[in-house]
Design a protein. Structure first.
Length: 79
């Protein structure tokens, strides 16, 4: 999980390095997440990215395109 992923400068090298890795990335900026999703490397099928204000829960997000982190990260993936 990368919080504050911006345009993917952290998550994409990790995915490149480890082909078994599945990455989850979020950022407050929907524009940054859109740029990340447009990158060819993102389309590998091993990454989920979404805009989120991690300080707010479900129903408190700033816009409808934002998603609460607890609704996006699968519970079974958290230790």
């Amino acid at each position: 999980l990368e919080v504050g992923c911006a345009v993917g400068n952290g998550i994409l090298p990790l995915l490149r390095f480890n082909s078994a890795l599945f990455g989850i990335a979020c950022d407050l900026s929907p524009v940054a997440v859109k740029f990340l999703k447009q990158k060819e490397e993102f389309r590998c099928g091993r990454c989920l990215a979404f805009p989120s204000d991690i300080t707010k829960g479900d129903g408190e997000q700033p816009t409808p395109e934002h998603a609460a982190i607890e609704t996006q990260v699968p519970k079974e993936s958290v230790d």
